[in-house]
Design a protein around this ligand. Structure first.
Ligand code: HEM
Length: 502
């Protein structure tokens, strides 16, 4: 009997042990998997509206940067029902965009982006078409001189025209933003269409004004609202203006493409549009099916390169001249270096290695101006874990470039304009890993080398010829460096004097 009791108690305790193990196992797995699937933290969202009422859509990049101080380098916010994961700080942005490049390389195509671009072209496209168009644009622009002599010649020619334009004001205060944008726009025109425009040409005036407005409108709250409640579109003034701008731009570029088509000579490629058309014809001749070289891809690639390549570079130049007027002691040192190393001859790209201080001031201007503060939105192409947080495939990602360019653990004095960030103790130029104004990884800016060449040649040529000062009666403290917020951060319209150097 004892034996029976013993046997049954053994089987009960075995059963108990089994159940306990099962519970423990289940508990362990659920803890483990909940940790595996731990979502990034963030402010508590309201049903339907998410965090819309807590966010400052008019100053979103700064707002998100402030939130990163509470929630850490990976956090989420909800725009209405749409969750967005924000990446803050150099370490985590690099980890995602560079080390986990494939998972973070897709572009988030919001409703607004889709309506504007229909996934053609480069900036707002994904998949094989994006890959092919980006590769084609990069190699074609290189063949036309991106990173080589010919684009250097184009920029030098343009800087001569820019200097003439500035000279007309004879040291009187004027707003230089229009002329700077015409200059950078002409560099892209020369590469895209094979010609530049006089600064008095109504075409360039209209293109530049429209581009600037488009960039401003794309960063407006109306576009964010459209993304969540698209049927409101026709009632949102900024949205309808943006649509009109895009239609007018498309009409203008279509006209230029049609003119170039009429005189196309496959033996004599004049520009990007020619190169595209020649490739398209060659593929048609060899009966390649499903080629990406379609009319829409040409139209939108040209528009993309114009919009991405003109205002960004001009805005950076505007900031750099404002910094020179605000901090004249830095300007004095640039001019001393330029006159010692280059003298009065035309500055060239090969001089850059001998002009470390000038180069450092240009880099610091880009860092401090932080003109694309949230980069452009990405999306995850598969489920991914970052810093222990689970991020589902198709989640929108904002790589907060502000938080990289102002990262307190990377820069010695992030909130001051300080060219020493890019100089070693001997005054030699040093690269910094957290210098990421062009973003990083597979989606990084396609025009980086062209933009860097433009910034150097335009800035150095201007400083060889002029000293930039504030208008008489305006003190350095009165100069307002708060940006106008759009998709890019641009300076407020303000006048400077370009005083001729003897
Ligand atoms: C100072 C000047 C410039 C700055 C600061 C800048 C910055 C950027 C940034 C932050 C991005 C987004 C990258 C991302 O999604 O993570 C970008 C993308 C892009 N940029 Fe620039 N850019 C500049 C000039 C240019 C120029 C001159 C061109 C054209 C010749 C250009 C063409 C593009 C294109 C096509 C993309 C989209 C790349 C893609 O989606 O794969 N950019 N740029």
């Amino acid at each position: 009997m004892l034996e029976g009791i013993f046997e049954s108690s053994t089987s009960v305790s075995l059963f108990g042990l089994f159940v306990a193990l099962l519970v423990f196992f289940h508990f362990f797995i659920s803890i483990f998997s909940s940790q595996e699937r731990r979502e990034p933290p963030g402010p508590r969202p309201l049903p339907l509206f998410g965090n819309l009422f807590q966010l400052n859509l008019k100053r979103l990049s700064q707002n998100l940067y402030d939130l990163s101080k509470t929630y850490g380098p990976v956090f989420q916010v909800s725009f209405g029902p749409k969750k967005v994961v924000v990446l803050a700080g150099h370490k985590i942005v690099k980890q995602a965009l560079v080390n986990q490049a494939e998972q973070f390389a897709s572009r988030e195509i919001t409703k607004a982006f889709y309506y504007i671009n229909k996934e053609h072209g480069i900036i707002l496209a994904n998949g094989d078409s994006w890959k092919e168009m980006k590769h084609f644009a990069r190699t074609t622009l290189k063949d036309f001189g991106m990173g080589r002599k010919t684009s250097e010649e184009i920029i030098i020619e343009e800087s001569v025209n820019l200097i003439k334009e500035f000279e007309q004001f004879q040291g009187e205060a004027f707003d230089n933003s229009v002329a700077l944008t015409y200059a950078t726009s002409n560099v892209i025109s020369a590469l895209m269409f094979g010609k530049r425009f006089e600064y008095t040409d109504p075409f360039i005036k209209q293109m530049v004004e429209r581009n600037q407005e488009t960039i401003h409108l794309m960063g407006s709250a109306s576009v964010q609202i459209y993304n969540f409640i698209p049927w409101l579109g026709p009632f949102l003034k900024n949205w309808t203006n943006l649509m009109k701008n895009m239609e007018d731009t498309k009409a203008d570029i279509r006209k230029i493409i049609a003119e170039l088509k009429k005189t196309l000579d496959p033996e004599m490629c004049r520009c990007f549009i020619d190169a595209f058309l020649i490739r398209k014809h060659n593929l048609e001749d060899s009966e390649v099916k499903d080629s990406h070289y379609r009319d829409e891809n040409l139209l939108y690639s040209v528009i993309n390169l114009f919009i991405a390549g003109t205002d960004t570079t001009a805005t950076t130049l505007k900031w750099s001249l404002l910094y020179m007027a605000k901090f004249p002691h830095f300007q004095d040192r640039v001019q001393e270096e330029l006159s010692r190393v280059v003298g009065s001859r035309q500055v060239r790209i090969e001089d850059r290695k001998n002009l470390p201080y000038t180069d450092a001031v240009i880099h610091e201007s880009q860092r401090f101006a932080n003109i694309v503060p949230m980069s452009l939105p990405h999306t995850t192409s598969k489920d991914v874990t970052l810093q222990g947080y689970f991020i589902r495939k198709g989640t929108a990602i904002f790589p907060l470039l502000t938080s990289v360019l102002y990262d307190e653990s990377e820069w010695e004095s992030p909130h001051n304009f300080n060219p020493s960030h890019f100089l070693d103790e001997e005054g030699k130029f040093i690269r910094r890993d957290a210098f990421m104004p062009f973003s990083a990884g597979r989606r990084a800016c396609l025009g980086e080398s062209l933009a860097r060449m433009e910034l150097f040649l335009f800035f150095a040529s201007l400083l060889q010829h002029f000293c930039f000062t504030l208008p008489p009666g305006v003190s350095e403290d009165e100069l307002d460096l708060k940006p106008v917020v759009g998709l890019t951060l641009a300076p407020k319209p303000q006048k400077l004097c370009a005083v001729g150097q003897l």
